[in-house]
Write a protein that binds this ligand. Sequence first.
Ligand code: PLP
Length: 447
Amino acid sequence: MKQLEDAVFHRDLTKNYPIITHGKGIYLYDECGKEYIDASSGAVAANLGHSNKKIAQAMFDQASKVGFVHTMRFETEVLHQLATKIVQLAPSTLNKVYFTSGGSEANESAIKLARQYHRDKGNKDKQIVIGRWQSYHGNTLGSLSVGGDVKRRKPYTANLIKTEHIYSPYCHQCPYEYEEEACIRQNNLACANDLARKITELGAENVSAVIMEPIVGSQQGAVVPPKGYFKRVREICDQNDIVLIIDEVMTGFGRTGTNFAIEQFGIEPDIMTFGKGISAGYAPLAGMIVNDKIVDGIIKNSAGQFVHGFTYSGHPVLAATGLAALEVYEEESVLENCQHVSKYVFECLEQLKEASKIISDVRGRGLLIGIELVKDKEKNILFDPKEQVANRVNTSAMDLGAVFYPGSGGIDGLYGEHLIVSPPLNITKKEIDKMVSILTEAIHLVE
Ligand code: PLP
């Protein structure tokens, strides 16, 4: 018998984390009985909190009926029910759902689908995908390539697929050095027009797709684009026959106060990817919702064959989990609660910003909220990244009993570090008071 102290290959092999024995609502409990508010819903996934009995029962019931069938040979009713429900929530032109088991796989699938759509239409050179530096689309090589996580990309430079990047908009500290109001008034939108410039530079005949998060999550901390940004992006994609992929893996299913964040910007993408919130974190379920234009193209030019597939696509237990989660969102008016309490969280965090020396910005939508941390907010002096300030605030918060989602300042030292505040969408005002009070103390400890 092998003698091992710990057989788990942790994310950080030098560390051990508290062992969680159970959860209830917005709370997690470790083996010592310590309570933590899950103020980040894990990685913005556990949108309905923990130990939901209806979801647990649905998983058990489906596994008891049939745990797995391969979608190359069989279908299950539950998969059809889930796909129908997702399509009902999605923008009007998105009518077919392809399932995967994670957000990275969903984006990988979207990149490949866009490529196949063009290739089979005769546009053989349309291969490059344009992403943005301040963005994250996953960790598999394709999804990593289109994202902007410089640290995770660096070791694989030689393995990444053909991609190009532009900057994401960030009006608080515009990377194009415009002043926000003047920029919008003059309809400059340099950040969106940079996409047109990049396409001209590459040649539209070489560009397959553009991929963007509607509100940037982990790489920027809930930054909302300026008015008109996505309308201009949609226009540029249409003019150049480029597939627009919107990554709603973090934002989908009510996180930003609407079913999908892109609804708030008045456009419809060609492909929309989702993950996390669809199962509220209870199972690894994700996928993409595809518009009629692409589906018709695959039927007409590829005999209906998308050359792709995973063993666990359309897994019946995962589908039952997603279906139950969507029912809970609806039955418990979770979206309405998110809209209702969001205003209150913003008010509390704005107050905290005024009282704090290091919070320079509070932004986001719904319950995807970012707070930016800088050394001197009057002079806008950033912390040295080595100080790991966001991580330190989160460590203090964990000691005090709440977990947030810290993030770095992105590339080129352009921005401050941030902390994402993204509790389960069914959080109450009383629970919010407790969460904000812990955050306030954690910030003061680091200031
Ligand atoms: N896209 C976005 C916007 C994400 O936030 C994430 C994960 O954080 C992913 C894709 C990747 O999803 P997964 O970790 O499920 O592969």
